[in-house]
Design a protein around this ligand. Structure first.
Ligand code: ADP
Ligand code: TYD
Length: 203
């Protein structure tokens, strides 16, 4: 398949659990397709072999930090080479629900150096053209996913999610980053993201 004369737009949506990433990613893909755009909607961990092992580990029992990080990198390398870059080259827009900023956040929360994680990933994973950072106070996000567990777990979970929220916000000054306050309604947020994405596509 030859490459298109214009590369697709690489759009990434990040944020802590419960900020609305999956919901908004689907809505945005639908809206862009209604505008006649060709869109690949995807996620990380991916549906590839390494991503499957990672997803299984989320219910079967978390892997060690080192094993988990290695798998996220293997998953992303394969995902970038086999899925993301070929789609962009065909002129398709890619909307990705989580990317290496989640590695910086969640594996950073497990003790890895955030700047090092960023450098390692950017050595093989292209920066997005547009990064939506969905932002919400941790307690509101937890309410949305009904994840108010027992107090011990909750405090630990809240601390980790606050760390993740701060990591996502740490890249807000990048030219490709847009922080989206995720307090308003689903529809209001969708309209905001659709407007920004269409402006970039038409530019
Ligand atoms: N802006 C919003 N207002 C109210 N509820 C929301 C909003 N965005 C998402 N939700 C709800 O919060 C929950 C988590 O949404 P989801 O898209 O799965 O978040 P994420 O993928 O970031 O974990 C879902 O029940 C969804 O309907
Ligand atoms: C992409 C990525 C996800 N994750 C974590 C975040 C999520 O808790 C988990 C699975 O992602 P996801 O399916 O998006 O979970 P949720 O819908 O609950 O947000 O994987 C990492 O730890 N590192 C990464 O690099």
């Amino acid at each position: 398949m030859g490459s298109a004369d214009k590369k697709g737009l690489f759009i990434v949506i990040e944020g802590i659990d419960g900020t609305g990433k999956s919901t908004q990613a689907k809505r945005l893909a639908e809206s862009l397709r209604e505008q006649g755009e060709t869109v690949l909607l995807d996620r990380e961990p991916s549906d590839g072999p390494f991503g499957k092992i990672l997803r299984e580990s989320m219910t079967a029992g978390r892997l060690s930090p080192d094993e988990e990080l290695e798998l996220f990198h293997k998953d992303r390398k394969q995902h970038v080479e086999d899925v993301i870059q070929p789609a962009l080259a065909r002129g398709e827009h890619v909307i990705l629900d989580r990317y290496y900023f989640s590695t910086m956040a969640y594996q950073g929360a497990r003790g890895f150096d955030v700047a090092e994680l960023r450098a390692t990933n950017e050595a093989f994973a292209p920066a997005p053209d547009l990064l939506f950072i969905l932002d919400l106070p941790v307690d509101k996000a937890l309410d949305r996913i009904g994840a108010r567990g027992d107090t011990a777990n909750e405090f630990e979970q809240r601390d980790a999610l606050q760390f993740c929220r701060d990591v996502f916000l740490s890249v807000k000054d990048e030219p490709y980053a847009e922080v989206i306050d995720s307090t308003p309604s689903l529809d209001a947020i969708h309209e905001q993201m659709k407007t920004i994405a269409l402006q970039k596509i038409k530019a």
